[in-house]
Design a protein around this ligand. Structure first.
Ligand SMILES: [Zn+2]
Length: 225
């Protein structure tokens, strides 16, 4: 998307277009390589594939985790992390929505289950903080990518939102595990989080253009009270 290129991403972040529905996978720098957020693209399409150290999924839809098994056969040391409420979903071609989109893909079970509030250590003082934000699916998560140079300071790098929040809309709630009520609560939580984070923090969604917290707040109904 043309508008995407106007956005200067932190050099620790690389976007990999997924192709389907303007999907985004993200490589985030870790100590010894990168973590891949949303293994939706196969290893052969990722130039830095040999540097991928872990697979983390924002949620269990196949257009976000569909290539997790290809990655785990490419490198048997790779583990797939996903929220615990999403585990059963990825293994079922109906629930992971791959049948809905015309392909039937069961994915092998995740290796590590994530919980709200947990921090994934990436080394080099880099972390991913897990925010469970159900609504699009039961186990949808946002991840706050941050560095902690010392015990007192936290530097925020980006918020990865999956299909919970896009630059101009929110995720659909009509597929398996979707819930308008849960989405309302998750959006309220993101609004609260917005007050604690820098307004120019990049927001990296699962589809379409990147944005910032400030732009979401200024322009879109879902970020207002
Ligand atoms: Zn989805």
């Amino acid at each position: 998307m043309a508008s995407f290129n106007k956005f200067n991403l932190d050099p620790r972040i690389k976007r990999i277009p997924e192709g389907y529905g303007y999907g985004n996978a993200w490589l985030l720098a870790a100590e010894n390589g990168y973590v891949l957020i949303d293994p939706a693209v196969p290893p052969e399409k990722v130039e830095l594939k040999d540097q991928v150290m872990a697979l983390i999924a924002t949620h269990g839809h196949y257009d976000h985790v569909g290539k997790a098994d290809a990655w785990r056969s490419f490198n048997r040391k790779l583990e797939l992390m996903i929220h615990e409420a999403e585990a059963d979903m990825i293994m079922d071609k109906t629930l992971n929505a791959s049948l809905f989109f015309g392909r039937g893909i069961d994915i092998a079970k995740p290796d590590i289950l994530l919980r709200d509030g947990q921090e994934i250590e990436l080394g080099n003082n880099l972390f991913l903080r897990v925010f469970h934000t159900p609504g699009h699916t039961r186990g949808s998560c946002c991840f706050l990518y941050l560095s902690k140079p010392d015990a007192e300071r936290e530097n925020y790098i980006a918020l990865i939102t999956g299909d919970t929040v896009f630059a101009t809309d929110i995720g659909r709630m009509d597929l398996a595990g979707g819930s308008e009520e849960q989405m309302r609560r998750s959006l309220a939580r993101l609004r609260k989080l917005r007050e604690e984070l820098p307004s120019d923090l990049p927001v990296l969604p699962g589809h379409g253009s990147a944005t910032t917290l400030e732009k979401l707040q200024k322009n879109y109904w879902f970020m207002h009270h």
